[in-house]
Design a protein around this ligand. Structure first.
Ligand code: ADP
Ligand code: MG
Length: 626
């Protein structure tokens, strides 16, 4: 049994921690109360981790019974002391947890601060919740005494937040019998946190619904009183719970600090029994586009927190926060085994279906709220269109789009299909990264002339799902840059005139261009789709959409790109005049090559050979001036 400690050892913080601490120590963030929420949430997490370990090792409980968090105020010493009897930390864990930045949220915070304008950084503290280190907004020294459950040694971590900390092994009597005690030596201007009224108010408002009871002692030797009951909010009847209670719970458990846009609380009965409390954030979570695309729904079994890595929801619903509490999963099963459980599979299916059904309802009843939801999360939801074929129909119904007729608003596919023109057999779309450029691309001209709507798709994921073979109400999706759009079958809109047949001269010119360009393109042909522009590029029939091809090439995932087709507008005045040029005119070859470069530029590409392009252009302009 170790009763003696070791001498304190001074260590430097990891560079990022030092930067973060500097921010905390000098923070001008006005709502400093958030530090309490952070420390209490850590204490509650520690209690939940212990509950879980107790399942397989009941001896860890020792003498100390029910999980609890205790706050002790010491106005005379200007201290606030937080103690939990959770899992605790060993000496090594202490240095790891409180000397480095492990959590991705804090990292994301630092990146955002670095990118933010002067003065804006402070505001971000509340939005991200920067964890343990936020204690240094209110304290100029922090002592942490901790003892890992089941260990007979204890450790002491201390820092003034100025670049280094000390760590040492101490007499276990200095630490809690199990868990962690954090002593905040409050700054002068933070003395109010030793007032019982103030602290109680903050704790009940911010953390009143953490699933561990919280006690308060007004003085070190005072009686303690319970200020939060630790009852699991989700087990209470819905009708008893106020909107504020839901919001507080959401904020204190979901790592989100906005108002939930939608709260879903229900109990599934029947073959499997479980409770669901789920929230739709109104602000995108910081990790929405992290490469691992992990969801954060928590899994409880009969109120014991098991894991937040069960991936209860499909990845395209990863923005949903909240929890599922199952009545029928076995408690003594390992996290790994849970993944294999048919009960979990049934829960996964049920919860995802319910959430999509709620979204559908929201779209019906509250168009504004749904629009805001789509703005935030539409790009994520669309991942489901190629990842979850079983729900594709539902997801297509939920999807909203910009189109050539949408203006500021969004269109649904139902809207689209309701407005198709005679003989229109496909849903047309164009993909690109910039909405305005897309809207003015030459490929759309023929569609406009026929009053045919084209979806304008600007999210990265769009290029993937449109090519995954989806159709909606029997209509396939078809790119306007792909092959010959069977446009001529669709009648022209009023006031548009049918294109005149190309003259023999123009046909001759097109054949000539094809000869000149040779291997650079896969074909040169007269265009049905152009009405205003002279030329455009499209993909050969049955080839990959050009936008997707460019994306894959950009990501180095394409070894062979199809050569595009150059389409020439035979009705365009320029083309007619080029057709009329004498066959031996020196202009013809320059013109043929410039037309291809013009089409490339309209597609957002560079001319293949910029120097040759400039020389040709100079010759052309020179010729025009003479
Ligand atoms: P996060 O809680 O998001 O991981 P924090 O900065 O709040 O980030 O805490 C860092 C880590 O410190 C936690 O992940 C946990 O491992 C450890 N920790 C903090 N407080 C406690 C506590 N009271 N008991 C046990 N471990 C704790
Ligand atoms: Mg934390």
């Amino acid at each position: 049994m170790t009763t003696t400690g070791t001498a304190p050892e001074t260590r430097s913080f990891e560079a990022d921690v030092a930067r973060l601490l500097h921010m905390m120590v000098h923070s001008v963030y006005s709502d400093k109360d958030v530090f309490l929420r952070e420390l209490i949430s850590n204490a509650a997490d520690a209690c939940e981790k212990l509950r879980y370990e107790l399942l397989s090792d009941p001896a860890l409980a020792g003498e100390d019974g029910q999980p609890r968090i205790t706050l002790t105020l010491d106005p005379d010493a200007r201290q606030l002391i937080l103690e939990d009897n959770g899992i605790g930390m060993s000496e090594i864990e202490l240095a790891e947890a409180l000397g480095t930045i492990a959590r991705s949220g804090t990292r994301a915070f630092m990146e955002r601060v670095a990118a933010a304008q002067e003065g804006e950084g402070a505001q971000l503290i509340g939005q991200f919740g920067v964890g343990f280190y936020s204690a240094f907004m209110v304290a100029d020294r922090v002592d942490v005494y901790s003892r890992r459950a089941g260990a007979d040694t204890a450790a002491h971590w201390a820092s003034d937040g100025l670049g280094s900390y000390t760590i040492q092994r101490v007499d276990p009597a200095q630490a809690p019998a199990r868990g962690t005690r954090i002593v905040l030596h409050l700054k002068e201007d933070a003395a109010s946190y030793t007032e019982a009224f103030t602290t109680q108010r903050i704790v009940t408002a911010q953390s009143g619904h953490v699933p561990v009871p919280i006690f308060l002692k007004e003085k070190p030797d005072a009686e303690e009183k319970q200020i939060a009951d630790g009852a699991a909010l989700w087990t209470r009847p819905k009708s008893d719970i106020t909107a504020e209670e839901y919001t507080d719970f959401y904020r204190s458990t979901a790592g989100q600090f906005d108002e939930p846009a939608l709260t879903l609380h229900y109990r599934a009965e029947g073959l499997h029994e479980y409770s669901v409390l789920a929230f739709l954030p109104s602000m995108p979570p910081f990790d929405l586009f992290d490469p691992d695309r992990a969801g954060r729904m928590k899994l409880y079994v009969r109120r014991v927190f098991i894991t937040d890595e069960a991936q209860i929801l499909p990845r395209y619903l990863r923005f949903v926060r909240g929890l599922v509490d199952s009545n029928d999963l076995p408690l003594n099963v390992s996290r790994e085994m849970i993944q294999e459980s048919p009960v979990l599979a049934a829960i996964q299916k049920g919860v995802a279906n319910r959430i999509l059904a709620e979204l559908d309802k929201l779209a019906e009843k509250d168009a504004d709220a749904y629009r805001a939801f789509w703005q935030n999360f539409g790009a994520v939801l669309k991942e489901g269109l190629y990842e979850d074929f079983s729900r594709r129909e539902t997801l297509l119904g939920l999807a909203r789009f910009k189109s050539t007729v949408s203006g500021e608003d969004w269109r649904s596919l139902k809207d689209y299909v309701g407005a198709v023109k005679d003989n229109q057999t496909a849903i047309y779309y164009a993909t690109g990264s910039d909405l305005d450029r897309l809207a003015s691309s030459p490929q759309l001209e023929g569609f406009r002339a026929r009053g045919t709507e084209v979806l304008l798709l600007t999210d990265q994921v769009d290029s993937f799902w449109v090519t995954a073979g989806a159709d909606y109400q029997g209509k396939p999706f078809k790119s306007v840059t792909q092959g010959l759009a069977d446009l001529s079958l669709i009648p022209l809109a009023d006031g548009e005139t049918a294109p005149a047949q190309a003259s023999a001269e123009v046909d001759g010119f097109i054949t000539y261009v094809k000869g000149v360009l040779g291997e650079e393109v896969s074909d040169v042909r007269a265009s049905e789709r152009l009405t205003e522009s002279a030329v455009c590029l499209v993909a050969p029939d049955n080839a990959m959409d050009r936008q997707l091809e460019k994306m894959l090439a950009g990501a180095g995932r394409l070894d062979h790109a199809a050569k595009p087709v150059l389409e020439i507008n035979p009705r365009h005045e320029l083309i007619a005049r080029l057709g009329a040029l004498a066959e031996d005119s020196g202009l013809r070859e320059d013109a043929a090559r410039l037309l291809l470069d013009e089409a490339r530029i309209a597609d957002g590409e560079l001319p293949a050979d910029p120097r040759a392009f400039s020389a040709r252009l100079a010759r052309m302009i020179g010729g025009a001036i003479q």
